[in-house]
Design a protein around this ligand. Sequence first.
Ligand code: UDP
Ligand code: MG
Length: 136
Amino acid sequence: MSNTEQTLSIIKPDAVERNLVEEIKNIFIKNGLKIKESKKIHITKDEASEFYKVHQSKPFYNDLCSYLSSGPIVVMILEGENAVLANRKLMGATNPKDAEADTIRNLFGISIDKNSVHGSDSKNNAKQEIEFFFKI
Ligand code: UDP
Ligand code: MG
């Protein structure tokens, strides 16, 4: 049975800065995820803090919010079969050192904070994160 879903992907400042946007988009497309919406934006630290508020008790929260607002990012709605999990698999583990071969973070991630991409981790969070950036 098919299970078409949407999920939110973000190409983080480290990857936008290194001109990796098209290369990362091609990984999604080649692996069957359609890019339904895409926009390049530069968010404020307050917006980043709101987006990442689930992490507000973590020691890395402040740096994480500063980082996400430090330069342009590309936010996308990806759509496809089991898109939430499919995207997480293409991203690889949070720490690029642990990311499986040929995953986006393995190929492009610099460090645990500059790990090139964000992806929603559940269908419910995907809906909320898409609403956050696309207000739909
Ligand atoms: N992060 C960090 N230090 C840590 C753990 C996470 O800087 O020790 C950052 C990292 O950029 C990660 C983000 O916080 O992508 C959100 O963390 P999460 O555990 O949700 O990882 P993800 O879902 O992005 O794999
Ligand atoms: Mg997460």
